[in-house]
Ligand binder design. Structure first.
Ligand code: COA
Length: 270
């Protein structure tokens, strides 16, 4: 579907699979990888035929975090160069993914360290191999979880877990990641792809506008007062009715009343 220097994109039905593709460097995020991800997400954002985006890594790693050489050392004396790379790096993981108009799933196939936590947190759902190894490794090389990672920890970790793993830098596996709520669940490594793709296709078969409204309603309500949220979701409902041409009322409720399906147990046919 798309092949950039550091990213490969494939399509399977309504699901796009985005693979970080620097296996020799454990898919560490170089400035080029950040720019490539910005381009890929900009393209996928407008694709009507895609409802779900799965992000994974080539080879033994999901993502080795920031490319410590290309991102930090090479930009050491180049303030503007660093700020450009920093902006791209934080925007796509911290903001673009969070409010992306498609559902996003992190498929964590192996190593995930430091900056990789912001990809995982930015995605709506995350599933790992039982034996994947993750860690807030920054303290191990005398740094701290900078960029978007501190905010990712604050958003998703319980306070004790954030500081335990941030301060020790200890790696943990997929089973532990699920226990602390960093991911949804883990499965044996040889079942990961099949499991995640089944989940992706289950979600992708639903109405794309309803999926988008589900994300927006949740994520933006988190930031609002009760009053603002009630007003926002009412406006959102009108927006959804308009975008679907009345679909949820006519087809969604209509087919239920016509005894064609039971929405408590299954999805309406699209
Ligand atoms: N930045 C830059 N290069 C990295 C990297 C990173 N974050 N992670 C891995 N690489 C490179 C290595 O330098 C090595 O390159 P080389 O072959 O040119 O020497 C290559 O990827 C393979 O790494 P290696 O350590 O030999 O592989 P491994 O499978 O034994 O171990 C890791 C993998 C991920 C455990 C290990 O590379 C590591 O600890 N990386 C740093 C992880 C980290 O702290 N990331 C947080 C950054 S915010």
């Amino acid at each position: 579907m798309m092949e950039l220097e550091t990213i490969k994109v494939e399509q399977e039905g309504k699901v796009a699979i985005v693979t970080l593709n620097r296996p020799d460097k454990r898919n560490a995020m170089s400035p080029q990888l950040h720019l490539d991800m910005v381009e890929v997400l900009e393209e996928l954002r407008y694709r009507d035929d895609i409802n779900v985006v799965v992000i994974t890594g080539a080879g033994p790693a999901f993502c080795g975090g920031m490319d410590l050489k290309e991102f930090f050392l090479k930009n050491r004396d180049d303030k503007v160069g660093f700020e450009k790379a920093y902006r791209a790096a934080t925007e796509w993981r911290g903001r673009t993914l969070r409010y992306f108009p498609k559902v996003t799933i992190a498929m964590i196939n192996g190593f995930a360290f430091g900056g990789a936590f912001s990809i995982i947190e930015g995605c709506d759902l995350a599933v790992a191999a039982d034996d994947a190894r993750m860690g807030l490794s920054e303290v191990n090389f005398k740094l701290f979880p900078g960029g978007s990672v501190s905010k990712s920890m604050a958003n998703l970790f319980r306070p004790r877990d954030a500081l335990f793993y941030g301060l020790t830098g200890r790696p943990f596996d997929g089973v532990e990641a699920a226990r602390i709520g960093f991911i949804n669940y883990s499965v044996p490594a040889d079942e990961l792809r099949e499991n995640v793709m089944a989940l992706a296709h289950e979600i992708a078969a639903k109405d794309g506008e309803a999926l988008r409204a589900t994300k927006d309603g949740y994520r933006l309500s988190l930031e609002m007062s009760w009053e603002a949220s009630m007003d926002y979701t009412l406006a959102k409902q009108d927006q959804l009715t308009m975008r679907q041409g009345g679909g949820w009322m006519d087809k969604g409720i209509g087919d239920f009343l016509g005894k064609k399906y039971k929405p408590g147990l299954e999805s309406v046919e699209s």
